[in-house]
Write a protein that binds this ligand. Structure first.
Ligand code: ATP
Ligand code: MG
Length: 333
């Protein structure tokens, strides 16, 4: 278990390297960078752009460049691209140079030892001090969500990200029970996009699936949705009506998996702490907290009250940064 103790040598910079977004935060300023996790490189592998600029290039002038998302499912899948992205991010906040910053990185509780090491290697190779301080991501998320993590009472956080969903019961400064699954908002949108292409011959515009699937969560969702896109065969723009129930069936499995993660974390917690959570409910953070209707859906699937704290997208980054000033994070045993 990773816990918190009185400050000895606290890190300068908190890093949340996510599937969809990379975020940096400091204790003094809070969030200092929030950019898409994407790099654009030329034929020789040199970085051309990263973040929003890379997304823009991918949409408007992709020829001659390769575009790489360094993470999938919450973990690093392309080490070189991850190093390039973090190095670029550090440069954006002027955290490079002779004095390497001491960083704290949040790592998914569900990451394997190899995946954990890949993340650490990427961040240190990008220009931070070694050894890197590592904290379990749900603990950062709980702090960022404003939960009283130091209390002896149990509280719970559920982080639904782009690629990974993690839940933890926290008490006395540490994670006491957790669960994790490689499923997130991106997979749900991907299922809708694939379904529309295969079943209806319609290629959706970028971002369209992300806007469509939350409509299946609306109370009493039924009837039809108008979905627009490009006909796979003719290349012509067209719109068609799709049944809400048809799309609800498409997204059912990953949504069920998200609720299961929360239930598992609760089942693994000591009974008294689980009882605290049952009374209080859970805090929902990550991109999933911004999806209309997902909180209510997860509340029904867990039989727990679900609340969304202010700024749920940045909870991991600001949570780990918030503890920088007062505490240092215990190294892993
Ligand atoms: N209003 C919204 N409607 C639908 N989806 C949304 C909305 N807002 C955010 N999202 C989803 O949330 C994702 C971003 O979530 P988040 O920033 O928590 O991911 P991440 O931290 O980069 O990923 P992970 O923690 O899984 O590695 C987006 O890719 C999108 O799929
Ligand atoms: Mg995340």
């Amino acid at each position: 278990m990773i816990g918190l103790r009185a400050r000895s040598s606290a890190p300068d910079l908190a890093i949340d390297l996510g599937t969809a977004n990379v975020r940096l935060a400091t204790a003094r300023s809070g969030l200092v960078l929030d950019q898409p996790s994407l790099v654009a490189r030329d034929g020789r592998g040199s970085l051309v752009a990263a973040g929003h600029e890379a997304v823009h290039l991918a949409r408007h002038s992709p020829s001659g460049l390769s575009f790489t998302a360094p993470l999938a499912g919450g973990v690093v899948v392309d080490l070189d691209a991850a190093v390039a992205l973090v190095h670029w991010a550090l440069r954006q906040v002027a955290a490079t140079g002779r004095r390497r910053p001491h960083a704290v990185a949040s790592v998914p509780v569900g990451a394997t030892e190899v995946e954990r090491r890949a993340l650490e290697t990427a961040i240190v190779s990008a220009g931070t001090r070694s050894p890197l301080t590592v904290v379990e991501e749900p603990l950062s998320a709980a702090i960022g969500a404003g939960l009283a993590v130091a209390d002896p009472y149990g509280s719970m956080v559920l982080d639904v990200g782009a690629g990974i969903t993690e839940a933890a019961v926290v008490a006395e400064g540490g994670v006491v029970a957790s669960s994790s699954a490689r499923v997130g908002c991106r997979a749900v949108a991907g299922l809708v996009a694939r379904h529309m292409s295969r079943r209806h011959g319609l290629t959706l515009r970028p971002g369209a699936a992300q806007r469509i699937w939350p409509r299946t969560l609306a109370p009493g969702a039924g009837g039809g949705l108008t979905v627009e896109g490009c006909d796979v065969r003719s290349g012509q723009f067209r719109a068609l009506e799709v049944g809400c129930e048809e799309l609800a069936a498409v997204v059912q499995t990953p949504l069920h998996a998200m609720a299961t993660v929360a239930r598992e974390a609760l089942e693994r917690a000591p009974i008294d702490l689980a009882a605290d959570v049952a009374g209080q409910g859970l805090a929902l953070v990550g991109g999933g907290a911004r999806v209309p209707g997902l909180g209510a859906h997860l509340s029904a699937g867990t039989a727990l009250p679900v609340r969304v704290p202010p700024d749920p997208l940045h909870a991991v980054a600001t949570g780990s940064a918030a503890c920088l000033r007062q505490v240092a994070v215990l190294p892993r045993p």
